[in-house]
Every structure is written in structure tokens, then in C-alpha cells.
Design a binder for this molecule. Structure first.
Ligand code: AMP
Length: 283
């Protein structure tokens, strides 16, 4: 496995792989790799001949007062995980390598970045789309892999690629969970043991929603109110949103129909957690 710190090195390794006729897969991450990331890597290794993983805690997607500084950066463990899972190239740049002193260009997807997480994180998605556009230009992969865990991110990235005709296919992989249902996240390590237990109620609330929809309930308000009751059992919880939206434009659905995204964001103590499920009523 090669480890590149510079854009030039990545381009050179990818050029060689491409000249050998290899299909290039790409998994962008911020590191602190866990089994959620590994599921994307495994999928890329299965589909492609040359797999690139980027490990970059992207400063531009963190707002003021967010956890950029304290975000975990266990690079040696991450490299070991990549090596053990058949990654060919890790790109681990510094912020200086990725951003000029005065960066004047960014990519912004309108509308889709306003609701849900966009409300409390106004600069987040612009940072994500800009860094992904840059990474797509650097790696020039055939397929890039993202997780359903970050549902809005996946929808925004797909839209950016479609709107800007970027020559990369986007694959969205299922959310990996603990046995108790808690969606795996690098931020779970900020939680105490009790908070981790409490956090399992997030997925329980989504399961309740699924059950209600299966039983024929269509009224979003009713469903959200039941979900709220479950989440409020967590003592230190601050519910940021519980939203039922259409999975394309992220517009509020009063009645469940078509492909619906049910998304939750909460704070437990000072840790922000998100989770979601997709329900397709059009099939
Ligand atoms: P991050 O390092 O948090 O930026 O995540 C990198 C990629 O891994 C993103 O596409 C995430 O959606 C994906 N990811 C994170 N957690 C999970 C999970 N539990 N299951 C599936 N994918 C995940």
C-alpha cells in the first residue's frame, strides 16, 4: 500500500493504475476509521482494481465552535486498517496541500443544503462539496463510495456530480450499526457508556417510525410525535430535528408517500449524532 501526502503523488499513482487498465475506486473519509468506513472500503475493493482512500479532516466543513480541533486523528491505526483491507493508496494531505492560502473558489449545492443539518451547520455542506469536488479532480476515480449514514450528504454529492457532469459514479452503501442499532460514527467515542446506551433510542425511534408506516400510518406529525416521545427518554438530549422529507429535494412530507427520508439529529451532552432510514412507498 502506498501513502501519498501530495496531490502530485496521487496523480502519478492513479495514472500508472489507469495505464494498466485498472478500474479506480475511491473512499473519501476523515479517518478514525471504523466498521462503517470499512464496509465502504470492502465494497470498493470488491468492485474495483485499484482503491484509493483519502484521510483528511477537512477544516472547511466545520463551523466555528465545532469539533475540528478535537476530531480524532489516529493515523497509524487508520493506515493499518487500510493495509489490512486491501487499499492500494491512501491520500493523507495536510490542509496546506489541499487549500491555497487564499482559496477563492467553492462549490455550493443550493436548496438541498438548507434544511435538516443545513439549518444548524450553515457552512458544512459547502465545505463537503468543495472538498469532494477537489478530491474527485485529484483522484479521478471511476466510482466513489459514500455511506447512507450521512443521508443528506449523499443526496447533495449525487446532485453536485449530476449538475456539474463530473465523470464519477456515486455509490451509496448501507448504514453499519452496532448490534444494539446505534449507527457507528467516529463521534461515538465522545460518548460515555451511559450515553452510548441512551443513544440506542435514536434507532429505536426510527424503528418505531418504520413500524407505524408498515401499519398504515401516513400522517407525519403523528409519527414524529411518537418518535419524540422515545427520544425524550434520554435525560440529556437536545433534539435538533426529526424530519420526514422526500428523498430527492428534502421537502417536508405531511403525508408519507414515494421515497421518504426519515432523519434525526440530536445532541447528547455535547455530542451531535445523526441517523436516518429511507422508506420507499412507491414500490
Ligand atoms: P467520515 O469519515 O465521517 O467523513 O465518513 C466517511 C464516509 O463513511 C462517509 O461517506 C460516511 O457516510 C461513511 N460512514 C460513516 N459512518 C458510517 C456507517 N455507520 N455506515 C456506513 N457508512 C458510514
Amino acid at each position: 500500500m502506498q501513502v501519498a501526502k501530495t496531490i502530485k503523488e496521487v496523480r502519478s499513482h492513479v495514472k500508472t493504475a489507469r495505464s494498466e487498465g485498472k478500474k479506480i475506486g475511491f473512499v473519501p473519509t476523515m479517518g478514525a476509521l471504523h466498521i462503517g468506513h470499512i464496509s465502504l472500503i470492502e465494497r470498493a475493493v470488491k468492485d474495483c482494481d485499484f482503491v484509493v482512500v483519502s484521510i483528511f479532516v477537512n477544516p472547511t466543513q466545520f463551523g466555528p465552535g465545532e469539533d475540528f480541533k478535537k476530531y480524532p486523528r489516529p493515523i497509524e491505526t487508520d493506515l493499518k486498517i487500510c493495509r489490512e483491507h486491501g487499499v492500494d493508496l491512501v491520500f493523507n494531505p495536510t490542509p496546506k496541500e489541499m487549500y491555497a492560502a487564499e482559496n477563492l473558489t467553492c462549490v455550493n449545492v443550493e436548496k438541498l443544503t438548507e434544511p435538516l443539518c443545513g439549518r444548524s451547520r450553515p457552512v458544512h455542506f459547502r465545505g463537503v462539496t468543495t472538498v469532494c469536488a477537489k478530491l474527485f479532480n485529484i483522484v479521478a476515480a471511476d466510482i466513489a463510495y459514500f455511506g447512507q449514514k450521512d443521508a443528506q450528504q449523499a443526496i447533495v454529492i449525487k446532485r453536485m456530480v449530476a449538475d456539474l457532469n463530473m465523470p464519477v459514479e456515486i455509490e451509496i452503501c448501507p448504514t453499519v450499526r452496532e448490534a444494539n442499532g446505534l449507527a457507528i460514527s467516529s463521534r461515538n467515542q465522545y460518548l460515555s457508556e451511559q450515553q452510548k446506551k441512551d443513544a440506542t433510542l435514536i434507532y429505536k425511534s426510527l424503528q418505531k417510525c418504520q413500524e407505524m408506516i408498515s401499519a398504515g400510518v401516513k400522517d407525519s406529525k403523528k409519527i414524529i410525535s411518537e418518535m419524540q416521545k422515545i427520544l425524550q427518554r434520554i435525560p440529556s438530549i437536545k433534539i435538533e430535528y426529526i424530519s420526514i422529507v422526500d428523498a430527492e429535494m428534502l421537502q417536508k412530507l405531511d403525508q408519507i408517500a414515494g421515497e421518504a427520508l426519515i432523519a434525526v439529529a440530536v445532541k447528547i451532552g455535547s455530542t451531535r449524532l445523526i441517523d436516518n432510514i429511507l422508506i420507499d412507498k412507491s414500490k
